[in-house]
Design a binder for this molecule. Structure first.
Ligand code: SF4
Ligand code: SF4
Length: 467
């Protein structure tokens, strides 16, 4: 449990990381119970609600709810694969109960509950990772064809690897090629998926290119989880788009009870793919279990000074130029630095050839997989700490995260719950974190908001001579 410091408003205003842009409106807002003032407590400038809940407690409860959403997504996927999530379910229910009106008004206990939620996040990511490797085998590094497609085809987007397995089984021998998009890229590394020869390659980048890409893609499409975006005016790809289970969109077709028949019929009725004939490739498949196999070489390279530092540059992609920060950071790293990534934010830089650490065969770019595979970075760090005797916080590992939605919130809480400090978070500060709470995170968890790539790199890069 971190030491809790309460600051005065003037301390907070003068803190260098509390930027004006983070002054999110309104400071206090809650409208969940009958005692709410008209328009919600705080909507008229009140700093506390009728029940005496203050802005900080209201925000911390919001963060609990956002973390719970991320946890629920991972829990759902783990359950689909038969994992026992009882302990996680208990924390989910308790945390929801915690946010009920008139249950708890204690700041420290709110932080403790958030840490409990984060610990459940660690647990659920491990369970999901184990369920994936148990059902589909341990991923191994693979070079995947990018933006090259042919024949009758289905493009699969989302995160649900088990759905892809079922689809590959259902389409085998039917003359249909299967391609991945966004967070489905790591699928190519799983032995039980890559054994299907009609799993051909990856198309496009992260979820944010879908409207433009899907409009250009003449084949069938299926989105099996978030992130789906509503079709833009003037597009017609919903006529060939299917959704799966919880995912839905007005006008798109639905796969019911794992019956892929209508999707297969649609794919066969559509024209063969044209216009995708690139020679690009992408690397993926550095699941932590696979990276741990490289441990002896990595340790030797660290001891010989051939590896200076690991940079975990991971997280979501979001629309806009702010995400270019991550490309600039990755591209600017010296050759003795290794990038560990996961999630769809990697599409900002995974087209770059990072090569190997000079004097070794260790790749400088390690793609752990999907967002839930972020737990792999922790496993790698723990293994390094154990092998070197260096405390987790003192390892030459820097973490720079990008966030977009609520899975990132549970990942951040998970890292905090493990006591991991000095995380850089961007590209923008979350609007649900007020100045008081941001200051608390800065003081107690060493959280930094990203600045410019070059400034952050100078701050993070270990001086080789001093090391
Ligand atoms: S729980 Fe408290 S702050 Fe929220 S609406 Fe009710 S009285 Fe207002
Ligand atoms: S990593 Fe986050 S933003 Fe990217 S597709 Fe997954 S849930 Fe969406």
């Amino acid at each position: 449990m971190p030491h809790i410091l309460r600051n005065t408003p003037s301390d907070i205003a003068s803190h260098p990381v509390v930027k004006e842009e983070n002054a999110s409106p309104p400071a206090m807002f809650c409208y969940q119970c009958e005692m709410s003032t008209p328009g919600g407590c705080g909507s008229d400038g009140q700093t506390v609600g009728t029940c005496l809940k203050d802005a900080n407690l209201a925000r911390l409860q919001d963060i609990m709810l956002f973390g719970l959403k991320g946890l629920a997504a991972y829990r759902e996927h783990a359950r689909e694969l038969g994992a026992d999530t009882t302990a996680v379910d208990d924390v989910m229910s308790e945390t929801l109960y915690f946010t009920l009106t008139n249950v708890n008004f204690n700041f420290e206990e709110h932080i403790a509950q958030l840490m409990k939620l984060g610990a459940a996040g660690v647990q659920v990511m491990d369970k999901l990772s184990q369920a994936h490797t148990c059902h589909l085998g341990v991923p191994t590094p693979v070079r995947v064809s990018q933006n090259r497609a042919e024949g009758k085809a289905i493009l699969v987007s989302g995160h649900n690897l088990d759905m892809l397995r079922k689809l590959l089984e259902a389409t085998e021998g039917k003359g249909i090629n299967i391609y991945t998009h966004s967070e489905m890229l790591p699928a190519h590394a799983y032995p039980s998926l890559r054994k299907y020869r009609h799993l051909k390659g990856n198309i496009g980048k992260s979820w944010i290119d879908q409207a433009q890409l899907f409009q250009r893609w003449p084949g069938a499409i299926v989105i099996n989880t978030n992130c789906i975006v509503p079709a833009r005016k003037g597009t017609d790809y919903y006529g060939r788009l299917f959704t799966y289970k919880i995912t839905g969109a007005e006008g798109a077709m639905k796969i019911v009870d794992d019956d892929f028949g209508p999707l297969i019929e649609k794919a066969l009725s559509l024209p063969e793919i044209t216009g995708f004939d690139s020679d690009e490739t992408l690397m993926t498949g550095h699941h932590y279990q696979s990276v741990l196999g490289l441990a002896p070489q990595i340790l030797e390279a660290l001891q010989a000074g051939k590896i200076r530092q690991f940079f975990v540059i991971a997280g979501c992609d979001a629309p806009g130029n702010a995400g270019n920060y991550y490309r600039e950071l990755a591209a600017s790293l010296p050759l003795d630095c290794v990038i560990i990534t996961s999630s769809c934010g990697k599409f900002r830089f995974n087209d770059l050839d990072f090569g190997v650490v000079p004097g070794t065969a260790i790749p400088r770019y390690l793609d752990l997989g999907q967002c839930n595979d972020s737990n792999g970075a922790v496993h790698i760090a723990l293994a390094l700490s154990e092998a070197t005797g260096i405390a987790l916080d003192d390892l030459p590992v820097s973490i720079v995260l990008s966030w977009m939605e609520q899975k990132a919130v549970i990942i951040l809480l998970a890292l905090f719950s493990l006591g991991i400090r000095n995380i850089y978070l961007g590209p923008k500060p979350p609007q649900f974190v007020n100045a008081d709470i941001l200051d608390f995170l800065v003081v107690n968890f060493g959280l930094h908001l990203t600045g410019t790539a070059q400034d952050d790199l100078s701050a993070l890069l270990i001086d080789k001579k001093a090391a």
